[in-house]
Design a protein around this ligand. Structure first.
Ligand code: ADQ
Length: 472
């Protein structure tokens, strides 16, 4: 079997609480005898051209250091202040600074140069996420002829939003240098196809007036998932039970609603708390009977827009507390720190309602984890944004428009009042989908497509898994 090389901005470390994605990719790498390649997390004053390899718990990891300036332009700048907001259709939150693009390309070129000496001709390369869109171009410019696949962990933008990104046409040319581009959901393939099929002179402003040729690139949705059975076991583990007992003492008879997210403007957190406020305002009988727990540790907090989201959420939580709290009852708890997977699994299992209401999201793995953690004899209800990729595979959740806080408030009421039979029925369908779209199936199907000759069992991808394939 060909070796597999995984490339991503960050590489897995020694963290035992690593999420499902890192665990699944480690497992895939172990089967295929390759290595993981990425940034070391270290910032230096001068560029360091060579990668350092290390064995971490049996996994070979190659890393490069980046200079402080390059890293800023590449990561906080082009990746997270231009690509992230634009891909999530938040053009109002994008900051455009011309030099960032050069830094972004410089870092991608540095990745390629440091990676190339470690490649063998029949290695299969799997590049992850928006930080590394130009990597195939850079590798090919150095002579690499390997099969190279790209997987995007965030939504693909509509054509208009794409046009707002400086050098968008060059970035699309970069994507056309991959053998496969994997996207999160059907919706993303449609957006990609829309660009590919309707290239106009206005979209070609930054390059030669020639349409991008996608004829050698396959584009398909590969919905990412979790390891639902492992997560279900975690939810009944001693660590999860400890968290459940602790919360039960605190909650008494109140029903728990839970939200767990990185603190990011794409996750719709102030809107979610506003919907909860409306639930309490419209349903006085629920006061003292419900409690919202929102877990949201800060992320990317050097970026102004993230600080502003944090302030907006603080203000919204304060408003709901001020409006409804009593000396002996608080309507919500807002925790600004991360918890390990076992504690989260316990909290999910205890919660009658799981709130996953991003304004726009790739898949959203919290939705999968909430489903997996439920007690099959008394499951909770998932309230899910229609704008999360998960909505395509979880139609049995209560789907809401997160911008419409009245609708979300009503869905919360329905979720809290839903009878056991309906909850069980919906949950069973959700759990079946979580199993079908498991992280192991995702990795296997992407690799079967990227490297059909080396597919385990010689099978090629599961057609049922890919529900929309191939543009151009
Ligand atoms: P994220 O934006 O990070 O991922 P999500 O998929 O919801 O969002 O979560 C990823 C992981 O982080 C999950 O395993 C979750 O449990 C964990 N996590 C989230 N909030 C946490 C918290 N408060 N404390 C501890 N752990 C927390 C991006 C895209 C998604 C896409 C994934 C995978 O934004 O749309 O599904 O990548 O491709």
């Amino acid at each position: 079997m060909n070796r597999l090389i995984i490339v991503s901005n960050r590489t897995p470390g020694k963290d035992p609480a690593a999420g499902g994605l890192a665990v699944a990719l480690r497992k895939t790498l172990a089967d295929r005898n390759g290595f993981w390649f990425g940034w070391s997390g270290k910032l230096t004053e001068k560029p360091s051209p060579d990668a350092m390899f290390e064995n971490i718990d049996g996994l070979s990891v190659g890393r490069i250091d980046l200079t402080r300036d390059d890293h800023h332009a590449y990561y906080a700048g082009f990746s997270n202040s231009i690509l992230w907001p634009s891909f999530h259709l938040r053009l109002d939150l994008a900051t455009i600074e011309a030099p960032w693009y050069e830094g972004y390309r410089r870092v991608n070129a540095q990745f390629a140069k440091a990676l190339l000496p470690h490649l063998q001709p029949d290695d299969v390369i799997w590049v992850h996420d928006y930080h590394l869109i130009p990597l195939a171009t850079e590798l090919r410019a150095l002579g690499a002829r390997n099969r190279i696949g790209f997987y995007l962990h965030i939504p693909f933008p509509t054509t208009d939003a794409l046009y707002a990104i400086p050098h968008h046409n060059e970035l699309m040319r970069d994507l056309a240098r991959y053998d496969i581009v994997g996207l999160q959901a059907n919706r993303d393939v449609i957006a990609f196809t829309d660009f590919a099929d309707n290239q106009s002179p206005s979209s070609l402003a930054d390059g030669p007036l020639e349409a991008v040729d996608f004829s050698r690139t396959e584009v398909a949705a590969f919905p990412i998932g979790s390891d639902p059975d492992a997560f279900a076991r975690l939810a009944t583990s001693p660590a999860a039970n400890k968290m459940i007992k602790r919360m039960q003492r605190f909650l008494d008879d109140q029903r728990l609603l839970i939200g767990v997210d990185r603190l990011d403007y794409s996750k719709g957190l102030p809107q979610r708390v506003e919907a909860y406020e409306k639930l309490l305002a419209n349903n006085a009988h629920l006061r003292r009977l419900v409690h919202l727990l929102q877990v949201a540790p800060p992320s990317r907090d050097t970026i102004k827009e993230y600080q502003e989201t944090s302030d907006a959420l603080d203000a919204m939580c304060g408003r709901v507390m001020g409006r409804f709290a009593e000396p002996d009852w608080a309507p919500l708890t807002y925790v600004k720190r991360a918890y390990g997977q076992p504690s989260l699994a316990g909290l999910f299992r205890l919660a009658r309602v799981g709130l996953v209401t991003p304004l726009r999201d790739g898949m959203n793995l919290v939705a999968h984890e909430y489903v997996a953690a439920q007690n099959p004899d008394n499951p909770g209800v998932l309230v899910l944004s229609r704008f999360a990729g998960a909505a395509e595979i979880f139609p049995e959740a209560l789907l809401v428009n997160p911008f419409d806080t009245d609708e979300t408030a009503e869905a919360l009421r329905l979720a809290l009042e839903m009878g056991l039979d309906e909850r069980k029925q919906r949950w069973q369908a959700l759990m079946d989908a979580a199993r079908h779209y498991s992280i192991d199936n995702w990795a296997q199907n992407f690799l079967a497509r990227l490297n059909p000759a080396g597919a385990q069992g010689g099978g090629g991808p599961d057609r049922d898994f890919l529900y929309l394939a191939s543009v151009a």
